[in-house]
Ligand binder design. Structure first.
Ligand code: CMP
Length: 143
């Protein structure tokens, strides 16, 4: 089954949005395969955001994501990568549609509440960065 990496960022945790965000994914019909509240070490943040290392906001990005606890998760379900991106809304919350997570809860691009993998390759890479294989619940599938 398709899996994606979803992370409530430090602003979302601080604003008590973890439950709201988990609830949205549960109601949609996706299945939580792993989840943990954690502080991200600087090295992990730099690796996670490696594709942005030449961007002018890279330093700000790493310092923000390491500024407080995040809630890292793996969700699974049919089409979960693309559907989660739709549920999150545009990267810049100012442009995100109302009804999406960023559209409902965010204002600034640097503090945009949530991160989600943008492709199957990113999902595999990000899940492996944050979780061990043994952390992922293997749900029994009905035949
Ligand atoms: P995320 O989906 O976590 O992936 C990369 C992040 O970079 C993105 O969300 C934004 O939070 C952040 N980002 C993108 N553009 C900018 C910017 N211009 N200034 C600061 N942060 C940005």
């Amino acid at each position: 089954m398709e899996k994606t990496f979803i992370m409530v960022k430090p602003d979302g945790v601080q604003r008590n949005l973890v439950g709201e965000i988990v609830h949205r994914f549960e109601r949609k019909g996706f299945t939580l395969a792993a989840g943990k509240l954690m502080s991200i070490p600087k090295e992990l943040a730099e690796e996670h955001y490696g594709e942005h290392k030449d961007k002018p906001f890279f330093g700000e990005l790493v310092s923000f994501i390491t500024s407080g606890p995040v809630f890292a998760m793996v969700w699974e379900g049919e089409g979960v990568i693309g559907t989660a991106r739709k549920m999150m809304g545009a990267t810049n919350p100012a442009e995100a549609e109302p009804g999406t997570i960023r559209g409902d809860f965010g204002v600034q691009v640097s503090m945009n509440v949530i991160h989600g993998s943008d492709s199957p390759e990113s999902a595999n890479r990000e899940i492996a960065l944050f979780f061990n294989e043994s952390d992922l619940i293997q749900y029994k599938k009905s035949v």
